[in-house]
Design a binder for this molecule. Structure first.
Ligand code: ZN
Length: 264
């Protein structure tokens, strides 16, 4: 059974002591590919290095909204250069975080727009981080999508990772050409809204992820997350939709390949 963890941070120090064992456990759990997502310059470099070392790891490079204040011209040029590596399948994670507000909002908006423009020009899909910023995210992505009508990215513009909106927002994003990625919180007891989203979406638009080391699914909640646990997310989605785990795994893996255009 093949699964893809479409959003992992294996470069983070939480994995320094046992990264190889974590990758072994992922393999044993049927995780055939992982996208390691950069959050700033250093982590984007580490993401690419991991992808070069491990055939099953792909990289995304970009500046997280928390670090948006670091995105000057030189940093953007460095990210651009890094994105030339063949292991880089997306730009991310980029977006808006109005929950923590670690960078001022106007700075976040500027960095987000600059990286979208770059991704569009380069023809790479984007990995979107959205926390408490649904309105601005959808408005900006809508404008970006309209400007990309005749692009090879049409229909595979990117993914809203660890989706936290409602069914209407998910449908709107899919209409624009985005995928919706689901992580550990779907396994939590009070995830009513997320359960509705998972049940309403077309199967060909759903991705699974861990966002490890964060958002550990039940029953490991409270401990470090790792790619092997993407299986728990997939099992929960299959149960919510009343389909077999096999069918869910097959569909989400095909979706990841369509979005990121990698071979397995
Ligand atoms: Zn992340």
């Amino acid at each position: 059974m093949n699964l893809v963890d479409t959003h992992a941070h294996l470069d983070f120090p939480e994995f320094d002591a046992d990264r190889e064992e974590v990758l072994e456990r992922a393999k044993a759990a049927g995780v055939v590919a992982m996208v390691n997502v950069g959050t700033d310059l250093a982590s984007s470099h580490r993401a690419v290095a991991l992808a070069v070392q491990h055939q099953q790891i792909y990289a995304a490079v970009g500046m997280h909204p928390h670090d948006a204040k670091e995105l000057d011209g030189a940093a953007l040029a460095e990210l651009r250069e890094l994105a030339q590596q063949p292991q880089v399948v997306a730009v991310g994670e980029i977006g808006l975080d109005f929950y923590r507000d670690r960078s001022p909002r106007d700075v976040q908006l500027r960095a987000f727009r600059a990286q979208l423009a770059w991704a569009g020009k380069m023809g790479k899909p984007v990995v979107i981080h959205d926390r408490e910023a649904h309105g601005d995210i959808m408005e900006i992505l809508g404008g970006w999508a309209r400007g990309l009508r005749a692009s090879p990215l049409t229909g595979r513009l990117g993914v809203l990772h660890t989706f936290s909106g409602d069914v209407a927002m998910a449908e709107q994003a899919i209409e624009l050409g985005f995928y919706i990625s689901i992580s550990g919180p779907v396994t939590y007891k009070n995830a009513y809204r997320l359960a509705q989203v998972v049940q309403a979406l077309p199967l060909d638009r759903i991705l699974v992820e861990t966002d490890c080391p964060f958002l550990t699914p039940h029953p490991h909640r409270g401990k470090r997350n790792e790619p092997a646990y993407v299986r728990l997310v997939a099992e929960k989605i299959a149960a919510l939709r009343g389909i077999s785990f096999d069918d869910l795994a097959k569909a989400t893996t095909a979706n990841a390949q369509s979005l990121f255009e990698f071979e397995l």
